[in-house]
Design a protein. Structure first.
Length: 244
């Protein structure tokens, strides 16, 4: 009797584990292979449903896509404009950011963009004509740490290049117009392709919104409105004699 009950328990256990494994396998297969069929227009382009859908190929989106792609993750990167950005911002990668880039294995994003090593700041006193040099702190080996200065757009282009190198990363030039929510869960986005008409839907196991500080999608996630508390003016200096 005890032997039969034990046998029954073992059999049930094996059946349970088998069912569980089949479900996990099916889930993984679905995550990798499911084809998106939700389209609002008659466009024949069907995109394979990715594991991760990233909106925005800026600093965050491009770096994330590159790293996940390198791990073999199926990623779709949705960016409204894939041409090289021409904005004055994000020209200086501080030493901490540079280390993070190295740790992510994305240093190649700096290749061929004339990135300059920066070891600190120089404050120019116009009244006395003197310069005050402020070095970055030293590292564990006693060397002054370094950051990198560059043209922001060329750096972004470099990060996007690293993402596009990955076979499992697909880039779609399109604007995400809204998040798709089901039962309180974000399951994908609605988007409008740059060279297409109408809108399409793309679903994914995970949706990452990395569309920058002027995000339209953030509005549907949080109630607070964005407060612009300061302004930034960029000055382009050519053949600057104070360069050190
Ligand atoms: C004036 C200024 C100066 C700065 N200077 C520095 C600096 O010197 N050093 C530094 O480290 N940081 C600096 N920063 C901060 C830095 O620029 C940001 O932290 C960084 O760019 C944020 O990265 P992100 O990927 O979140 O957004 P972004 O880099 O802005 O990328 C967002 C991307 O999303 C895309 N996108 C937006 N909406 C959609 C949509 N609906 N569908 C599809 N794509 C979309 C955009 O085209 C863009 O490519 C500065 C910021 C500003 C404003």
């Amino acid at each position: 009797m005890i032997f039969s009950a034990g046998l029954l328990l073992v059999t049930c256990g094996i059946v349970f584990i088998t069912v569980l494994l089949v479900k996990v396998f099916n889930y993984k297969q679905q995550a990798k292979c499911k084809v998106n069929t939700l389209q609002d227009d008659s466009s024949p382009a069907a995109v394979v449903e990715p594991e991760v859908l990233i909106v925005g190929a800026g600093v965050v989106g491009s770096a994330l896509a590159a790293v996940l792609g390198r791990e073999g993750r199926n990623v779709v990167l949705l960016e409204r404009d894939m041409s090289e950005p021409d904005r004055i911002l994000g020209e200086l990668l501080q030493p901490g950011g540079f280390h993070a880039l190295q740790e992510l294995g994305l240093e190649a994003a700096l290749d061929g963009i004339e990135a300059e090593a920066m070891h600190g700041y120089v404050v120019h006193d116009l009244h006395t004509g003197s310069n005050v040099v402020l070095h970055y702190p030293k590292d564990a080996e006693g060397r002054v740490q370094a950051g990198r200065a560059f043209h922001h757009g060329r750096f972004i282009a470099g990060l996007r290049r690293e993402a596009q190198k990955q076979e499992t990363v697909t880039v779609i030039e399109a604007t995400a117009t809204r998040l798709i929510e089901e039962h309180g869960v974000i399951v994908g986005v609605q988007y409008k392709a740059k060279d297409g008409e109408g809108t399409q839907h793309l679903r994914a196991s995970l949706t990452v919104v990395a569309d920058g500080c002027f995000s339209r999608l953030r509005r549907s996630l949080v109630n607070e409105s964005v407060v612009v508390s300061s302004h930034f003016v960029g000055v382009l200096m050519e053949s600057c004699p104070q360069f050190q």
